[in-house]
Design a protein around this ligand. Structure first.
Ligand SMILES: [Zn+2]
Length: 287
């Protein structure tokens, strides 16, 4: 089928991508290449049974929690330094192909059977540095999963700071993400402050689900950006207090309409709170 003018325009328009989870950005083609690499190296992987389920939007009964299960498939394919580097490079090239000129990739360092947390983050940072010649400019945001312990978060922040010192032109920030139904923001304030004091910028997944108390704590923390922000406005699970503090703080919000719909955070495009952000002149980044 021929591409429509809108599709051509959308691709050609120069874009920035500020909210791309590496393992959540792997295309089917990238995953197939990683599987082939594993097969050629004699490494078995358990992604077969799930691969058909992977594409977001494929199942209309999928919930936000299901999506976190689905991400395990991608994690399985990026367990070795070689496949992680391949995944990073292929993802960069795909974004470039889509007309993206600047990207901040984010990922949570993890210990795998084939590498340590340190090697994980180093592999991505080095791959981005080695691809600095590409037209697309790339940076790294180190992620903390909110279901991890304070001790793990502390370890990740120290790694992120070390990586930032080693690759100051690559690492730009730290972020808190993961299943919003698990963990408490307040338990991560100390490590996040440590990251901030070292010069890293902070972005937080905020208000993906209704939790006004936590939203206020996050706004008070003063991150450079927040992700999602679906449940801040009083008509969308927030309160007058959350909305007013948010408007006053004027924190840019990263909004992914398709993600919010596919994960059932909102029912459809018409009922997405984007219009509230737009009308209130909140700086928004669509991704
Ligand atoms: Zn996210």
């Amino acid at each position: 089928m021929a591409a429509t003018n809108l599709e051509i325009l959308s691709r050609e328009l120069p874009k920035v991508e500020l909210h791309a989870h590496l393992n959540g950005s792997l295309s089917r083609s990238t995953m197939m290449q990683l599987k082939r690499y594993y097969a050629d190296s004699g490494v078995s992987d358990q992604s077969d049974a799930f691969l058909d389920e992977f594409q977001i939007g494929a199942g209309d009964t999928r919930t936000l929690s299901d999506c976190f299960q689905v991400f395990n498939i991608a994690h399985n394919l990026t367990q070795s330094p070689e496949t992680l580097a391949m995944a990073t490079k292929l993802t960069l090239l795909e974004f470039q192909e889509d007309g993206c000129c600047y990207i901040e990739l984010r990922s949570t360092p993890k210990d795998t059977p084939f590498m340590t947390c340190e090697e994980y983050i180093e592999t991505i940072a080095v791959t981005l540095r080695n691809n600095a010649h590409l037209q697309i400019k790339s940076r790294l945001i180190v992620s903390i999963n909110r279901s991890s312990s304070e001790k793990e978060a502390d370890k990740i922040v120290k790694l992120a700071i070390a990586c930032f010192k080693k690759y100051p032109n690559v690492v730009v920030g730290i972020e808190l993400s993961g299943n919003p139904a698990i963990g408490r923001f307040r338990d991560f304030i100390y490590p996040l402050v440590m990251a901030r004091n070292a010069g890293l910028k902070v972005t937080l997944h905020c208000a993906e689900i209704c939790n006004p108390e936590e939203v206020l704590e996050m706004i008070q923390f003063g991150p450079e950006r927040i992700g999602h922000g679906v449940c801040i406005h009083p008509n969308y699970g927030g309160s007058n207090e959350t909305w007013q503090s948010f408007c006053k703080a004027n924190i840019p919000v990263e909004i992914c309409l398709a993600s919010n719909i596919n994960t059932k955070s909102v029912a459809d495009y018409e009922s997405h709170p984007f219009k509230e952000f737009y009308n209130a002149n909140i700086p928004t980044i669509l991704y």
